[in-house]
Design a protein. Structure first.
Length: 233
């Protein structure tokens, strides 16, 4: 049974990584997918930041592949696999859904995030660069991406002004990130990945300057770094 779990997680990681090839052309929700078109919304990080998906895909495939080939029966690798399989399984079909329904895609990405964070908590202590680190950057990026989806919905459906929606999304992301990083000192790449997203938010809001959004993102960066500075592990 353990080998089946290991194989299932590996296959899910491969299928997840193949998503951009199977469903190409997705560069974020289409501006006209909302009643209030979202052209250059302040909540969305600068486009270059999404290149991190290449690293996430490769590292997840490498980590789950190592787990299948070398740690399929190891107890230290067992606990996180069901939650990771759930997250990746939803991720396999997320791209085609996101191309047609931001609402459904937002609901799905929150399930992906919840399962990914649970998996990260359940990782063992062995092989940190292949067991913990891939999940850390995957969970870190989802911690930014899921609230961004909420911010887009809030502004896109006219429930809040764009800047206010972006601030709400940032507060959600930072709350999750700070709690998680406080509880998971052994996964520093989680916080680093969130910082990567926050820097891209600052870049996106630098010209013209949206001081509220850029300022809150900067405060978030310093808060995560300060929390990392208390690490004694």
């Amino acid at each position: 049974m353990n080998k089946l779990w290991a194989a299932a997680v590996f296959l899910a990681a491969v299928a997840f990584a193949a998503g951009p090839v199977l469903w190409p052309g997705f560069g974020g929700f289409a501006p006209d997918a909302f009643p209030v078109p979202q052209d250059e919304p302040p909540v969305q990080p600068a486009g270059y930041a999404f290149a991190i998906w290449g690293l996430i895909y490769l590292w997840l495939v490498a980590g789950t592949g190592f787990g299948l080939l070398r740690r399929a029966e190891d107890p230290d690798w067992q606990s996180h696999r069901p939650a990771l399989l759930l997250s990746l399984g939803i991720g396999v079909v997320w791209l085609p859904v996101a191309q047609v329904s931001p609402l459904a895609a937002t609901a799905m990405i929150w399930v992906m995030l919840t399962a990914a964070l649970l998996a990260l908590f359940r990782t063992g202590d062995m092989d940190r660069w292949l067991q913990i680190s891939p999940l850390a950057i995957y969970s870190g990026w989802l911690t930014a991406a899921a609230p961004v989806s909420v911010g887009l919905l809030l502004a896109g459906y006219g429930w809040l002004p764009e800047t206010t929606a972006a601030l709400v999304a940032l507060v959600i992301a930072l709350t999750i990130a700070l709690v998680m990083q406080y509880r998971l000192h052994r996964a520093p790449l989680y916080g680093i990945t969130v910082i990567w997203a926050l820097i891209a938010v600052i870049v996106a809001n630098s010209s013209p300057l949206n001081i509220a959004v850029a300022g809150l993102a900067l405060i978030g960066i310093f808060a995560i770094l300060a929390l990392r500075g208390t690490d004694t592990e």
